[in-house]
Structures are given as C-alpha cells and as structure tokens.
Design a protein around this ligand. Structure first.
Ligand code: NAD
Length: 363
C-alpha cells in the first residue's frame, strides 16, 4: 500500500508527522513517500503543485494531506497560490466526493458552542460535491458590464453549473453511504431561486428511485444552515453542491467543538482518495506545537477504511483517540477546566501509546 504524504504549510508539517507516527505503529505494510505541496513547493520549485508531487499522488493508493496556505502568498497571482494545489489535486485525481463526518465525542460535548443536549451523540456525514459548481464553472472573470444595474461599470462574474452525470454520481454516493448508516439523506439545494439547483433536486429525486429503502428529504440551504444549529441530530447524511457544502461543513465542524477534531476524505469513483483534516494551515499557531493533530490522525484512519481496506486498523486508531480523550488529554483548542493541556507531539505520542498498549502518561 503506497501512500503519498503531502504535509504542506503551517501546521501541516506538525500534524502530518503525528499521523505518520501513528500509521507506523500499526504493523501494516505501508510505503510512505513525502513530497512538497502548497507554499513550501512554491518556495522550492516555483509551483504549488509541482509535476513530481502530482505524479507521486497519481501513482499512490491514497494521499495523506496536511494543509496549505499562508497569508504571505495572498498577493501572488491566483494560479501560484498554495490553495491551487488542493484544487489541482482534486481535479487531476477526479476526487468528486468529499466526506466530512461531524461527530461529537462524548468527552467533548462541552467544547461545542451549542448546548450539550443538542450535540451529545451527534454523528452526521456531510457529502459535498467537490469538482463542480460555481468553484469550477466557466466562464469566470472580470469585465465591463453590458447590462444589469450598472451598465458600463466594472464587474466580476462566476458560473454556477452542474451536469447530469455530476449530480447522478454524487447522489449515488450519498444513498450508498446512507445505507451503511441510518438510511436517511437530506439533499440541500436552493431550488427556489437557482436553476442549477432545481436541476440538482430533480436528478437527486430520480436517482432516489433506485434506493427505496433510503428516506430522502430536500431542504433549502438557508433552512439547512438554521437547522444545523437548531436541531443538528435530525440529520444523518447531508448531500449538497460544492459551495453550499463548503460552508455547511464548516458550520457542522463547530458543532463538534473544534475544527481540529474533524477529518475528511475526498474520493474518486474507485475509492482512491485524498485524506486531510477539515481545517487549514492555521498560520496563527504554526510552529508552536499547539495544533491539534487528531483531525489528521482520524483522516489517516478514514484512509485505512475507505481506500486501503484496513477496517481493523482504522478501528484501532479511532479507539485510541477515544482513549486519550477519556484520559482527559486535550490540545489547547479543546481544553477545558479539569482536563490536561498537551501539545501536538504529546497528543500524537498518547495515541501511539494507546494503540501499542503502553501506559499513557499525562505529562
Ligand atoms: P484555518 O482552518 O487554518 O484556521 C482557522 C482557526 O482555527 C485558526 O484560529 C486556527 O488557529 C484554528 N485551527 C485550525 N486548525 C487547528 C488545529 N488543528 N488545532 C488547533 N487550532 C486549529 O483557516 P484560516 O485561518 O481561514 O486559513 C489559514 C490558511 O489556510 C489560509 O491560507 C487558507 O487559504 C488555508 N486553508 C487551507 C485549506 C486546505 O489546505 N485544505 C483549507 C482551509 C484554509
């Protein structure tokens, strides 16, 4: 099993090091090769996604990704900015299905900004379409307006679009995922205003005919944003387009306490995937040993489950994470009175100790 390890920028290098450490103690035959990506690759090789990095990712069975980006690159032309690396990887690897579980660990119920009773036991899965919608739709750009409210004025525009196969395949992914869970899918759209999302809704409804055992509900995105903070446990699988999914999955992240806890998987049609934490490179805390590595460690566990068919190893990681949380170990982002604050490395060490059966110390 070949894994391309792409740590990236900021806290990316710190958190990926911990996930690699955890993978190494699992007694699996894993071949891990590391390459530069994002700002680090731009500095060294002049491009955020060098051809050698893309080739490594293409040749691997799975990609373990940290995070990319730093404010210092904001003035670079768009094509050279670190974030283009992740968009390029999604595009070149055909990663159209983004899985973002939002799971509220019993031990972290009090870290949520919502009342504990609203989030206790929360376990929802947001499936975001990842390679279409307004983020990739062409044409886009700037021009002089020829019509609209201010003809002749400078304007900018993007194009929201979805094709039938794009909606069909993500709908199948959602219904199949729901079959492994509570058999309920909420499709989020804005069909009342947008032609693209009336089309989305029609096609999701058509595909649903093949999954009579799964319940389907449709919800407008504004209502979904509200319901996620009003009664999040009403959801099971949520499927939506690229932009709505981007926003709703971050909202769902906060229900669970910290974005530092949330893994994600981006899969192609054959379950090859890129696995990364849901958060960014956190330049504000980079290099200080403060980052929570658990989202990345849990991303590695998703990788073992979805792309490498190693469910037992994935279970071992997830149990180990629960064990360290039960022991009261917390990085700063999830720390609360009465728990023990630890740094990035100590948290990784504790997960390793829980897996290998060594005594976990709180120091
Ligand atoms: P961010 O997710 O990096 O950080 C948001 C806040 O959450 C910060 O206060 C940060 O300290 C905190 N945080 C994030 N991860 C954490 C962790 N593991 N442990 C503890 N705290 C954590 O988002 P941002 O600040 O908006 O963006 C920073 C950079 O990351 C930007 O350049 C952005 O473009 C990039 N970014 C990259 C990705 C990616 O690589 N997939 C995703 C989002 C943002």
């Amino acid at each position: 099993m070949k894994i391309a390890v792409l740590p990236g920028d900021g806290i990316g290098t710190e958190i990926v090091a911990e996930a690699v450490k955890v993978l190494r103690v699992l007694d699996l035959k894993l071949e891990m090769e590391t390459a530069l990506v994002g700002g680090a690759a731009y500095e060294a090789q002049g491009h955020p996604l060098p051809e050698s990095t893309l080739a490594l990712a293409q040749a691997a069975d799975a990609v373990l990704f940290g995070a990319v980006g730093d404010w210092k690159y904001d003035k670079l032309e768009r094509a050279l900015r670190p974030e283009q690396a992740i968009l390029g990887l999604r595009k070149h690897l055909g990663l159209f299905a983004n899985f973002r579980p939002a799971l509220c660990y019993e031990q972290l119920t009090h870290a949520s900004s919502l009342k504990p009773e609203l989030v206790a036991g929360l376990d929802i899965l947001i499936i975001r379409e990842l390679t279409g919608d307004i983020y990739f739709g062409l044409p886009r750009g700037r021009r002089k307006a020829v019509d609209g409210h201010f003809p002749g004025a400078d304007e900018a525009f993007d194009t929201m679009r979805y094709s039938r196969p794009e909606v069909e395949r993500i709908a199948h992914v959602a219904f199949q995922a729901a079959r492994q869970r509570s058999k309920k899918v909420t499709s989020v759209d804005k069909a009342n205003v947008l032609e693209t999302f009336q089309f989305w809704k029609d096609i999701v409804t058509e595909v649903h005919a093949q999954y009579p055992d799964v319940e389907l509900e449709h919800m407008y995105v504004d209502n979904a944003a509200m319901q996620l903070v009003r009664a999040p446990k009403k959801f099971d699988v949520v499927v939506t387009g690229n932009m709505f999914g981007d926003i709703l999955s971050d909202e769902a992240a906060m229900l669970t306490g910290s974005i530092g806890m949330l893994p994600s998987a981006s899969l192609d049609a054959n379950n090859k995937g890129l696995y990364e934490p849901s958060h960014g490179s956190a330049p504000d805390i980079a290099g200080q040993g403060l980052a929570n590595p658990l989202a990345t460690i849990l991303s590695a566990s998703m990788m073992l489950r979805f792309s490498l068919q190693q469910p037992a190893a994935a279970d071992r990681i997830e149990s180990a994470v629960k064990a360290v949380l039960s022991l009261g170990l917390r990085t700063a982002d999830i720390w609360s009175e009465g728990t023990t604050k630890v740094g990035t490395r100590a948290m990784g060490d504790a997960v390793v100790a829980a897996i290998t059966g060594k005594t976990i110390t709180k120091s």
